[in-house]
Design a protein around this ligand. Sequence first.
Ligand code: CA
Length: 493
Amino acid sequence: MSQRPNIVFIMSDDHAAHAISAYGSKVNETPHLDRIAQDGVRMDAVYCTNSVCTPSRASILTGTYSHVNGCATIFAEFDHRVPTYSQVLQNAGYKTAIFGKWHLGESEVAQPRGFDDWKIFPGQGVYIDPPMISAEGESQEKGYATDIVTDLSLNWLNKQREEAPDAPFCLMIHHKAPHRPWVPDEKHKHLYPVGTIPEPDTLFDDHSTMSRAVQAVRMTIADDLTATDTKEELPEELKGEDARVERTRWNYQRYMRDYLQTIQSIDDNVGRVLDYLDEHGLSENTVVVYTSDQGFFLGDHGWYDKRLMFDQSLLMPMLIRWPEEIAAGSRCGAMVTNVDFAATFLDMCGIDYKKELPSQQGESFRALLRGEDVAGWQESVYYRYWEHDDPNHHVPAHYGVRTQRYKYIDYYGDGLGAPGASDRIFEREYELYDLEKDPEELTNVVDDPAYAEVLTMMRAELARLQEKVGDYPYTGPGSGHPEWNEEATQQFS
Ligand code: CA
């Protein structure tokens, strides 16, 4: 039997797959991320089950949906009675550490557990000279966040190799970048200059067939980016309604320049980690995973940010290298979600996840990474975005289902008032997209009689998935907010 593998799990924040050259990016080059894809597998259908930071991180750690782990919004703190895969790994003799973004609460009760070592940013963290928190208390770091997180990680690996050279390890390198407000490192400020970044085909989508609640979201490049985002004041002549097209272009070039520059630092630092593993003979027996907590709109549909179920936001990049088991340059199109990560990581480490982490709800996709077919593997994924009164983004609460061919979305909130509240503006609305005929998701066909049968089928599938994962449909004010699973919380309490 071969030695148990190590895991290096690199996760960035808001890095869309279409800003990685291994995924065919039209806007940037990421040579070091591409190394992982060339030596391993590119996952093409990894979906987030709730496309915002805190919920995605909670789902990844625990292998559960938001309604089970209780982290349904970015305002939630992590409840440690819900067991995590890192606790299981630690109990199994793995050395565990996390550095960088945590964003599951920094109060004493919500700080990382199940880690031998950790050092995290409070809240969202900052890019330059970030404060950090560890078991020893607060510290003030000097330098650029992405470099600092990598330095801490490599220093930890050095220490590990001295103190416990025979113990397998799981190291989580979790970057703040490329999250808003996209502050680049000084040395990358010459890259991707304004005027050179290709625009997406749907930059001027008029959203005419979408639900009204979606039409009203405040994530438009034209009107919702601020001078903090673009790092300069919008010129007077671009402020009027008739300058919308030019304003969109002006804002797009600036926020994308900075977004891509922060990604350059991630790519450089991923290169440092890969080099370290090579130089220390660790590459063969270390699983290297690169992902982001969810996707991001890169001007697609005229938007930035995430939250909605459109593919650019829903899709997570995922590159995995594991020479012992995964063929170099392979592709995997099976549908998986962030709820499946915990099961997969434990399975890779030879741990019976159904026995050791019974609360988790995912399935291991380890066999799929080897290119094997898994009978009965999921062909649809469930999504639910719980926030409905976000004062900044005005995204409606909604849930839905994506299959390989179709996507159905039920917006039961309206993004402004809570469902049922007196300030509610929009009634419940629905969308249906045929991803084969309309891969850009520009035409909502929910009212098209030709899709009546598809609509019935997708609504039934949504109901089936909701029941399967233990969630409830929204039926009116006060409904649809199940308590997190009490039983799931007993294992390590
Ligand atoms: Ca995020």
